[in-house]
Design a binder for this molecule. Sequence first.
Ligand code: GRF
Length: 229
Amino acid sequence: MSQLTPDTKVRARAVVLISGRGSNLSAIVRAISQGKLSLELLAVISNRADAKGLTIAKDAGIATRIIDHKNFKTREDFDLALAEQIDAFAPDVVVLAGFMRLLSTAFTSKYPGRLVNIHPSLLPAYKGLNTHQRAIDDRAQEHGASVHFVTADLDGGPVLMQVKVPVYADDDRDVLAARVLAAEHELFPSALELIATNRAKLTDEVIQIDNEPLSSPLLLPYTAIDAKR
Ligand code: GRF
């Protein structure tokens, strides 16, 4: 049990997968310590030894593991080793927080309704990489981030919650990315809390909220976050 987790609040136990900076991991750790997220973090697993997020995990007293994808011949071999490490912690939920590896169907089908990802766009728009530049190139007025359940369809699983941010005419990629990231840090803990408390569930690839099917993603209001340009 992480020392940051108040016992009484824990509803679900999670393993978090990262590849880099770990700012979303940090936001999750903060939300737990503030009593806003009833999740216990069992471990943080990275496919890169130099991921900055590993330091965030260690500082929070969370177990860390490194599984370097370069040590495996095939994606399937890597995914098997990853699943073995995850399963050793027996989590309820597996959280992808900036995990930059494509996952095989064999892997995703192991965790139906238990694998959650954050993606920096308003899905189904801009699946894949380089989302912020693509939004600018399209002169999109609105951009944002989505938390979705992961299925075999890359960035295509059912979306639980989104946050929309404005795109301004003079935005460059970095400015827009920072605006979206600040919003992600509010979005991810809010969405995870619904899952941790069992209010949000995936049944036959349909999200249920309080046992009612969700017809469109929940929307987190942006105004409360960081409306500065
Ligand atoms: C975030 O933009 C997230 O949406 C995407 O990868 C980035 C991870 O950033 N999947 P961080 O490592 O959480 O800072």
